[in-house]
Design a binder for this molecule. Structure first.
Ligand code: HEM
Length: 192
């Protein structure tokens, strides 16, 4: 009896747990809003450096693929809706500028995965900014998923392993869902 009590008071009682409910010395709990392990976050931030060095190329490839698969989306872009051929899109400064701005927003999100509130708030704001686009529908965001993965694969070549593919899939899924939450205004406030 006494022994059980001593054991409980030593390492198992509520007062021995830190504020996050973990045992002392345990690794910090993962924020459940980010669907990546510590290791996966480390892998993507390392891998993303190669993408960050090739933003133009990756971004343009992503948009060219987006329009290849969804011709109707081109009409939403005032600045380059007239660019119907793949070649014209690949050479367009306007398209490149927009592609880099979208890639920069993905860069911002991926670099802030450790600051969960900041990352989510930022992605909500990106989503919200699409509300002012005439004719835009939230389901369009998912159309970027495959072009993003294909463009990343093209840039990374043999560094795009099966493991990295699975991490990029989880990450873009999280990013798009969070952007959609911001667009639709369904997000919870942080303080809640
Ligand atoms: C995860 C996916 C996406 C991200 C991160 C993203 C990000 C951005 C960013 C950063 C801008 C700059 C505008 C601003 O800051 O106000 C923008 C504008 C825009 N986005 Fe997206 N976007 C995404 C998906 C899409 C998709 C799939 C479409 C497809 C139709 C789209 C259509 C547009 C349009 C039409 C604009 C306005 C362009 C202009 O300045 O004329 N976006 N987006």
């Amino acid at each position: 009896m006494g022994c059980t009590f001593a054991k409980t008071s030593k390492s198992g009682s509520a007062q021995d747990l830190n504020h996050a409910g973990e045992a002392p010395g345990a690794p910090p709990a993962q924020d459940p809003r980010i669907p990546l392990t510590v290791r996966q976050k480390f892998s993507i931030s390392k891998s993303w450096k190669a993408i960050a060095r090739a933003m133009d190329q990756t971004g343009v490839a992503m948009f060219v693929k987006l329009f290849e698969e969804n011709k109707e989306l081109l009409a939403l872009f005032e600045k380059f809706k007239h660019l119907e051929s793949r070649e014209a899109q690949e050479e367009s400064e306007e398209l490149k500028e927009h592609a880099v701005s979208v890639m920069n927003s993905l860069d911002e999100a991926i670099n802030s995965l450790e600051n969960v509130d900041q990352c989510i708030d930022y992605l909500h704001s990106v989503g919200k900014r699409h509300r002012k686009i005439n004719g835009f529908k939230s389901e369009y965001f998912w159309k970027m998923e495959d072009p993003f993965l294909a463009a990343v694969k093209e840039t990374l070549e043999d560094r795009y392993t099966e493991n990295m593919e699975s991490i990029y899939k989880t990450t873009i899924h999280f990013i798009i869902q969070t952007v959609i939450d911001g667009f639709e205004g369904t997000q919870q406030k942080n303080s809640a």
